[in-house]
Design a binder for this molecule. Structure first.
Ligand SMILES: Cc1cc2nc3c(=O)[nH]c(=O)nc-3n(C[C@H](O)[C@H](O)[C@H](O)COP(=O)(O)OP(=O)(O)OC[C@H]3O[C@@H](n4cnc5c(N)ncnc54)[C@H](O)[C@@H]3O)c2cc1C
Length: 391
């Protein structure tokens, strides 16, 4: 631990300090500020430098539905419902449009095996009360003419949406600035001090120390290895690598109208003509290298789904680390240290889950309780002292 020069202790006290200026930390700061709390956001790098800038930005509770995840579905669905108002509230202050769209999705089967699997998922969507329509090949190609003629069936999901996470991050930053919420870049948290089990100050790599009684760790994939998070509060979050490609198309002639997905790839159109091709899912620790194999796999599957992608220009390829958890649910809420909150583990759905996470953390920082579906995200489920289990 650093030895701290008491002269560098700031007199500024904040109702809350949020570590991490990814989508989760920024959305939390936005909500806390809206509820009247004074808040400081710090990031060791620059805002959006983490996984947020890599994400495709699908807001897709139905399209991302998987077996055995009813609690996640409930969180995702509620958060998707919060999105229009969340975006509008940011837009009202930042003065620009964030480009949120309920763009819809078409999930396509390209052979008989994929059709059987898509049927199973479609059955689950219907059982779960979601809106999803089975389409034959002709009807699907009427909607999306570029889709491979070999398709054997498709599911149309009208409710799923999308947003460019970089535009969202920029909008949140601008809105926070207009609200005089300070976001400090290049400011790395190295310790969170607590006395008698209550947070009282946060310390930074540059030697500064700031008093606060509420601290939110929104540091994404780093949270599982951050030594400054006390052992009893540190969540079992692991990095799950994802590679993604950006292609450039003509905005006047979009290559597709909605999110297109097969079993192995998804394509997300942006309004400016870009097409996002995602994403690999790799267990490789903290490696975030873009690999030839990853790109080959994505482009091969993208071409199989929508042959016209071969006409688009290559813009760039990036890799990011999803904050994964053992049960695929996020880790959001209070820890056993009073005033120390976690907001991490959002895995594949951090952009989607930003509004519901922000609301839950703001409620609990102001003394309320987390209720509803977010109670399934409680950090207590991983705290051996509170579950009686060994870790
Ligand atoms: C390829 C890919 C595609 C994805 N697509 C989607 C999608 O379509 N829809 C969706 O909802 N989600 C998607 N995700 C998931 C989503 O990107 C993440 O869940 C989300 O970005 C997590 O946000 P975060 O704010 O928790 O973390 P991050 O964005 O990683 O932010 C954490 C921040 O903490 C900072 N930090 C770390 N340590 C410290 C410290 N000690 N002190 C101060 N700051 C610190 C970092 O610099 C970073 O800026 C995708 C992810 C990947 C990889």
């Amino acid at each position: 631990m650093n030895s701290i020069d008491s002269d560098r202790t700031s007199d500024n006290t904040y109702d809350a300090i949020v570590a991490g200026a990814g989508v989760i930390g920024l959305a939390i700061a936005w909500e806390l500020n809206s509820q009247g709390a004074s808040v400081l956001v710090v990031d060791r790098d620059r805002p959006g430098a983490g996984t947020t800038s890599v994400a495709a930005g699908m807001l897709a509770p139905t399209g991302e539905l998987d077996f055995g995840e009813p609690a996640l579905l409930e969180m995702n669905t509620i958060s998707a419902g919060m999105y229009p108002e969340f975006v509008a509230s940011v837009e009202r202050v930042c003065g620009g449009m964030l480009g949120y769209q309920r763009v819809g999705g078409l999930h396509v089967a390209l052979d008989r095996d994929e059709a059987a699997e898509l049927r199973r998922v479609h059955d689950l969507q219907i059982e779960s009360g979601l809106r999803a329509d089975w389409l034959g090949p002709g009807a699907a190609r009427e909607l999306e003419q570029g889709v491979s003629p070999t398709l054997t069936g498709a599911v149309l999901i009208e409710d799923d949406g999308a947003i460019d996470p970089r535009v969202l991050t920029a909008g949140l930053l601008e809105a926070l600035e207009k609200e005089s919420v300070e976001v400090r870049v290049g400011t790395e948290v190295t310790a969170v001090r607590h006395r008698h089990g209550q947070v009282d100050a946060v310390e930074f790599k540059n030697g500064d120390r700031i008093n606060t009684r509420a601290f939110v760790a929104a540091v994404g994939a780093e949270s599982g290895r951050a030594e400054w998070i006390p052992d009893e509060a540190r969540p079992p979050v692991r990095p799950v690598k994802g590679q993604i490609i950006e292609l450039k198309g003509n905005p006047a002639e979009p290559i597709c109208q909605r999110i297109l997905a097969s079993e192995r790839v998804y394509l997300v159109p942006r309004r400016d003509g870009r097409l996002i091709v995602g994403a690999t899912v790799e267990e490789r620790g903290f490696d975030s290298e873009v690999t030839a194999g990853g790109l080959h796999e994505l482009l091969r599957e993208a071409y199989r789904l929508l042959p016209d992608v071969s006409e688009l220009a290559f813009l760039n390829a990036v890799a990011g680390l999803r904050p994964g958890t053992p049960d695929n649910l996020p880790v959001v809420g209070p820890t056993s240290i009073d005033g120390f909150f976690l907001a991490t583990g959002h895995y594949r759905n951090g952009i989607l889950l930003a509004p519901i996470t922000a609301r839950a953390i703001a409620d609990v920082v102001s003394g309320g309780e987390i209720c509803g579906p977010m109670s399934a995200a409680s950090p207590a489920r991983f705290d051996p002292a509170r579950t009686g289990a060994s870790r």
